[in-house]
Design a protein around this ligand. Structure first.
Ligand SMILES: [Zn+2]
Length: 67
């Protein structure tokens, strides 16, 4: 098995909103800015570009509008 030891670990970012804009943070992992929507039932979303995990804070989940 080949595994590049320099491959970045997946970052987990706690956010205060259920809508996240991810652009990879610039640099080598940068990508065009996209909107990610966190489903309250799941509580997190993974960016398909840079594989960062965005986790909604309990506050963000509480503030989610009830549908
Ligand atoms: Zn991203």
């Amino acid at each position: 098995m080949s595994h590049d030891p320099t491959f970045p670990v997946t970052e987990t970012v706690t956010v205060e909103s259920l809508t996240v804009v991810c652009d990879g943070g610039g640099g080598a992992l940068g990508h065009p800015a996209i909107y990610l929507h966190i489903k309250p039932a799941i509580g997190k979303v993974c960016c398909p570009y840079c594989s960062r995990s965005y986790v909604a804070s309990p506050q963000a989940l509480t503030a989610a509008p009830a549908h």
